[in-house]
Design a protein around this ligand. Structure first.
Ligand code: GRF
Length: 193
C-alpha cells in the first residue's frame, strides 16, 4: 500500500515518517511504504532527503497554474499515479480546494502546530506566547474542507516556558510532531487493513 507525502519545506515530519516506515516491524505489520514525496516548492529541502532515500519525488509549482483548481487537479493526477492508501500533508503550505479534499476524503491527514481547535491558521507559536498560554503543542487531524478543523487523531502537549520565544517553542513542538505523526500514520494503517 502506498503513502504519498506532500511537503513545502524542510520536510522533517516527512523524514520522521520515512524513517518509521523503513523499520522492518512496520513493513511486516502494515505492508505500506512511502512511495512518493511531492512538493509545490522546487527548493524544498525535504526533496533532497527523499531522493537520498530513493523515494520518487515530484515538484508542482503552484505559480505555474492559472487557478487553485487547476493546480489541485494536476496535484491529484501526480498523487493518483501512486494509487495511495493515504495522503499525508507534512508542512505543506497550500490551502486545498474542496474538490481535492473530497477526492481524498478519509485518507488525508495533516499536522498542525497547535492544540486544535486553538490557534488554527498561521503563526501559532507566536500567538500562543502572546496569549500567555502555559501549554502548546501539535495536532494530527483528518483534513476536511474547513482549514485546520477535521477529526483529531493525535495531539502532543509541551510547556510554554517564561523566556520562550517563537523559535524555542517551535523547536519544542516540532520534536513532539516527529513522535506523534509516525504513530498516527501507523494507527491509520492498522485501522485500514
Ligand atoms: C512545522 O511547524 C510543522 O508544525 C508544520 O510545518 C512546519 C514545518 O514542518 N506542519 P516540516 O519540518 O516541513 O515537516
Amino acid at each position: 500500500r502506498n503513502i504519498v507525502i506532500l511537503i513545502s519545506g524542510g520536510g522533517s515530519n516527512m523524514a520522521a515518517i520515512v524513517r518509521a516506515a523503513a523499520r522492518e516491524d512496520w513493513a511486516a505489520r502494515f505492508k505500506a511504504r512511502v512511495s512518493a514525496v511531492i512538493s509545490n516548492k522546487s527548493d524544498a529541502k525535504g526533496l533532497v532527503f527523499a531522493k537520498e532515500e530513493g523515494i520518487a519525488t515530484a515538484v508542482l509549482d503552484h505559480k505555474a497554474y492559472a487557478s487553485r483548481e487547476a493546480f489541485d487537479a494536476a496535484l491529484m493526477q501526480a498523487i493518483d499515479a501512486h494509487a495511495p492508501t493515504l495522503v499525508v500533508l507534512a508542512g505543506f503550505m497550500r490551502i486545498l480546494t474542496p474538490g481535492f479534499v473530497d477526492h481524498y476524503a478519509g485518507r488525508l491527514l495533516n499536522i498542525h502546530p497547535s492544540l486544535l481547535p486553538a490557534f488554527p491558521g498561521l503563526h501559532t507559536h507566536r500567538r500562543a506566547i502572546e496569549a500567555g498560554c502555559k501549554f502548546a503543542g501539535a495536532t494530527v487531524h483528518q483534513v476536511t474542507a474547513e482549514l485546520d478543523h477535521g477529526p483529531i487523531l493525535a495531539q502532543a502537549v509541551v510547556p510554554v516556558l517564561p523566556d520562550d520565544d517563537e523559535d524555542a517553542l517551535a523547536a519544542r513542538v516540532l520534536t513532539q510532531e516527529h513522535l506523534i505523526y509516525p504513530r498516527a500514520v501507523a494507527e491509520f494503517l492498522s485501522a485500514t487493513k
